[in-house]
Design a protein around this ligand. Sequence first.
Ligand code: PLP
Length: 440
Amino acid sequence: MVVTETLARPSEAKSGLPKIKTALPGPNAKRIIADDERLISPSYTRSYPLVVKRGRGAIIEDVDGNQFLDFSAGIAVTSTGHCHPEVVAAIQRQAGELIHMSGTDFFYESMIELASRLSKVAPMAGPHKFYFGNSGTESVECALKLARYHTKRQGVLAFYGAFHGRTMGSLSLTASKPQQRRRFAPLVPGVTHVPFPYAYRFGEGKTERDYGLQCAKFIEERLFKTTVPPEELAAIFVEPIQGEGGYVPAPPEFLRELRRIADENGILLVADEVQSGAGRTGKWWAIEHAGVEPDIVCIAKGIASGMPLGITMTRASIMDWVPGSHASTFGGNPVAIAAALASMDVIEREGLVNAAQLGDKLKKRMSTWITKHPMVGDVRGKGLMLAVEMVKDKQSKTPISKEALEQVFREARTHSAWLPEPVPVELLRKATNEAYHKIS
Ligand code: PLP
C-alpha cells in the first residue's frame, strides 16, 4: 500500500466523500470496458474496472455516478488534486491564446518563465539549462543521450528495481519487472545494473546506512575492478526514492557515495525525480533530503498536474549539444507550461508544507502498525510518498497473498472513519498493481 499526495479542496472533499450507487463495475462501466477490450492495446496494466468521468480534488467519479477517493492521484500525477481551479483557469486562458507553435522551431516566453522558475528551486547550483519533452520517459531519453553526448562515453549505470520508462533508451535502464523487457531485446547496449539499497528486503539484517554503503562499495570494489572501467561510464541514473520498485528511499549515505564516485571518475549523476519530485516528499526534489547535488534531474508526472510535460534540467555546462541533436515537436507545449506554472504556485504555497507535515503525521501513525499488526513488515518513505510493505510474517518477509490483500482493503472500506477531513491523501495500491479501490 502506498500513500501519495493531493490537495483536497475542503468544501468539495467534505461534500464529496465516497458514495457507491451501483454494483461495481456499473452498467456504463461494463459497456465501456467491453469496447475497450476490443479496441485498446492489451499492454496496459488496468487490473481494476474503474471508468472515470470526472475528478475534483481527491474525489473521482465514474461513469455510473459512483464516487471514490482517488488513491492513485492519476498514478502520482495530480499533485494539486484533480482539476485544481487555478490549474484549470491557467489551461483555459492559455488554450484561448495559443495552443501550439513548437518550441523546437520558434520561441515563446512562458518556456523561459518556467525554466527560470525551476532554476530557482533546482537541487544543484546554477546556472541551469532545460530541455522540454512530453513525458517521464522523454526526460530520461534526453538525459541518456545528453550524458553520452557531453561525456563522449557510452556506458551507463542503473539499479535493480529501477523504473525509468518504456521507450527503448529508458527501458534499457529499467529493471523492475521482466515483462517490461520481455521480447524487446536487443536494448540499448552499455547499461549495467547493480544492487539498489533496498535494505528491508535484501539487506540481510544490515541497517539502511550500512547496506547503502555496501551497495556503493560494490560499484567501486567489484564492478570497476572487474567488468566496467569507470572511465567508460557516462552517467549513473538513480531514483532518490524508487517508485515502481517499491517506494524505497535511497539512504543519504548511499547517494553521497554515488556523488563521490561520480566526481572521482568524471561520471554524471542523474536523479530521476519523475515520481519523487514536484514537492511530493515535502521538498521540491527528493534528493535534497540527502544534501546531494545531481548533475541532471528528470522531471515529469506531478509538475503539470496532468498535462503532459517532461523536463530535463541540467547544470548549464552539460547541455552543450548543438542544434539538431535532440528535440520534440510537442515538448514544452504552451498549455502544458501554463499548467506547470500554475501547479508550481499551488505546490509552493501549500503543497510542500502539506506533504511535509501530513507525511510526518501519517508516517508516525503508520509506523505504530509494525508492532500492532503481524502483516505490516515495513513502513517507509518521505513526505507523502509513503509505503507499507505487507508480509505473511515478519521473519520470512514473504509478500502477503492477493486474498489477504483483498481482506485488508475490505477492512479499510468498513473502517474508513480514520480518514481525516478534508481528505488529504490518496492511497495508491501498488502491491498488486491495482490503481484504485473504493472506500464506502
Ligand atoms: N521515471 C520514473 C521514476 C517513473 O516512475 C516513471 C513512470 O512511472 C517514468 C520515469 C516514466 O514516465 P512516463 O510514464 O511519463 O513515461
